[in-house]
Design a binder for this molecule. Structure first.
Ligand code: GLU
Length: 282
């Protein structure tokens, strides 16, 4: 069994991250499996090397250990681009020239409001462009992202695809929750959904333990696994213990960064006692 913790170094870790990392690490320990750390640092605008360093220091302080070398996604961009290229060659991606504002305008025009807690589903504007319109706009130097052509993808796949959450049971894919997601961002040439799926397969992760906030994304990842011929891990989406700012509610230490807790001379044991985490049953 192989689990992983895959943070993005865009800020400091808080109690919610500690909980998630510990959940995955404990799972690996429990089954005498392996635990990996993966740094998801594709977003060059938001990720900073000092946060990566801090992540490792915080996790060591918590008492976690992991295998070396640590995979840093920024060192593997070429491989994600290869996966994207493969999908594009098969006609599964299309260029999208829309700005955020274009999309919002289109959605408002159609009287659509975003689903609760989920990003708005792309209205498909650029999916309807003809091949020659696409070529002309690309040739004119317009910037574009690449989106999954979901309807076409579903036609290529067997019906009834599913995945399993260890606690919540078998889940039939609900592809339309997130729609034609961006797989290649115009700024960085890849995306979270693509990179996480490629890496979980490359690192042979058998059990993905992560927060409930990524539950809907798993439907997208399952589709990508099917399209790219990748193995399907088992999932465990754990409850979230933080509010939208990443702050633990009602607990003394939980609202601070792990760095700040550490620097007050508080031990990991004291922190964990205060946090009083309840982990899912394995
Ligand atoms: N890198 C993602 C994040 O920090 C998590 C990826 C995952 O666990 O699938 O939110």
């Amino acid at each position: 069994m192989i689990t992983r913790f895959a943070p993005s170094p865009t800020g400091k870790l808080h109690a919610g991250h500690a909980y998630s990392a510990l959940a995955a690490w404990r799972f690996a320990r429990h089954f005498a499996g392996r635990f990996l750390l993966r740094i998801e640092d594709i977003d060059t605008q938001r990720c900073r090397p000092e946060f990566t360093e801090l992540i490792e220091t915080d996790l060591h302080w918590l008492g976690l250990d992991w295998e070396q070398p640590v995979l840093r996604q920024s060192e593997h961009l070429h491989e994600y681009q290869q996966a994207a290229h493969q999908l594009r060659e098969r006609g599964l991606l299309y260029p999208c020239f829309c700005s955020r504002r274009d999309i919002q305008r289109e959605l408002e025009g159609a009287g659509q409001s975003p689903q609760h807690n989920l990003p708005a589903v792309y209205p498909g504007t650029c999916r309807r462009l003809s091949e020659s319109e696409q070529q002309d706009r690309i040739a004119a130097g317009e910037e574009y992202s690449l989106r999954l052509n979901l309807e076409y993808a579903l036609q290529q796949l067997p019906a009834g695809l599913s995945w399993t959450d260890r606690v919540q049971g078998e889940q039939l894919i609900q592809p339309h929750l997130l729609g034609d997601v961006i797989l290649v961002r115009r700024d960085i040439g890849c995306s979270y959904h693509l990179c996480v799926t490629v890496d979980d397969a490359r690192q042979q992760i058998t059990h993905i333990i992560r927060g409930q906030d990524l539950f809907e994304s798993t439907h997208v990842h399952r589709i990508l696994q099917a399209l790219l011929g990748l193995p399907v891990p088992e999932y465990l989406h754990h409850p979230l213990i933080t509010d939208h700012r990443g702050e633990r509610l009602a607990k003394r230490l939980g609202s601070q960064s792990l760095q700040s807790v550490r620097e007050q001379g508080i031990s990991a044991a004291e922190f964990l006692l205060d946090a009083d985490f309840t982990f899912p049953e394995f």
